[in-house]
Design a protein around this ligand. Sequence first.
Ligand code: NAD
Length: 396
Amino acid sequence: MSNRPLNVGLVGGGRGAFIVHPHQRAIHMHGTRRVVAGALHPDPKIALEEAANWPYPIRGYGSYDEMIAANASLPDDQKLDYILIVTPNHVHFDPAMKAIEAGIPVFCEKPLCLNLREANALVKAVRKHNIPFAVAHTYIGHWTSRLARYIVRNGLIGEVRWVDSYYLQGWLATRLEATGQQQAAWRTNPKMAGGSGCGGDIGTHALMQLRFVTGLEITQLSAQLETFVEGRPLDDHFTVYCKLSNGGRALVRASQICIGHKNDLGIEIAGTKGTLVWRQEEPECLTIHLNGQPDRVYWRGAVTPGDGFLPKDMPADLMSEPTLPPGHPEAFHDAFARLHHCFEADVRAWKAGKPFKADGSKYATVEDGWMGIAFIETCLKSSARKGAWTPMPKKV
Ligand SMILES: NC(=O)c1ccc[n+]([C@@H]2O[C@H](COP(=O)([O-])OP(=O)(O)OC[C@H]3O[C@@H](n4cnc5c(N)ncnc54)[C@H](O)[C@@H]3O)[C@@H](O)[C@H]2O)c1
């Protein structure tokens, strides 16, 4: 393939949509990817209107079926190199499956899909077609998440005993969905969101953060899915006590009724030698607490290997990666851009017929997405039995 920018097609994104915009900015951030097409709305007429009004020229399609079908007959320089799925959860499986079968790599929003049946089918299809597939777990794209992963997985804070991984919000503390607010309306509708509201929406991010940083899996869990806002059919408060694969314990919790909390995702990991603390609302740094020592705060771009805690031989790809000097803050868009950038490398390798990594170290894979769905289904089972300890299914 020539060195042209990768062509991205959007599924969803018209009429007041939210997450498409951080994504499309992140797609353009390196100049090596561009959005060229979109099926932006379920109504074909609106989809075409929205495409015509997009801030820069794109090819509009009345539906994602049309966009995927049209791709086969486009000249090579116009073909889609991947599609980005930014629709509500119930419209993840179908476009993802159709794109995979048409040989188009997929970058899909989380949660992967609605249930384990769909998740199993997606994993099977991705493996059969050996095609790049990413799930948009934004926060593992922060450089400090990668530093945290390096620190914890290399034993620098010792054996992990306890993890508190949380995502707290307050925007659904009232019945916002009754006002017709778009993002609240589908998130509180079981047909569109899936079996869990808060857990599926943001508990899956807390789970991904735990798994990405520690490398540990949940073996059993005891879950309470609760609804505080009257008349809401899905949980808005989600608390899960977990047994970890190394014998440690964890709390994975999420809430959307905690007034004052905005996007308060964070993780604290207590090991036998120290504790690591990270919060996405201040994603430029992480803190290490060691017994009997002053706290250490590590800022992106200002890390010195061999400082008495970090070893001398830090991995080159981790150390060379930050792009801005510290103090010029990176944030949400940069995290997304890092995911798209790493996905791009795999798509380019795949297109050149070379092996590609997709090992979960740079972005969440279809297997990570599967784990999110398996987690939610296990939480639903446990919560229905008053929080009974329930085993997680074996890895797919
Ligand atoms: N990774 C993150 O940090 C993050 C943050 C927010 C949302 N999300 C996820 O992104 C997805 C979208 O969330 P949102 O808040 O942007 O929703 P939204 O309601 O703002 O946008 C959804 C878009 O999908 C379109 N759509 C719906 N059905 C469609 C169809 N059949 N064909 C084409 N377009 C269709 C809508 O018209 C709209 O443009 C959800 O799965 C959500 O969980 C992820």
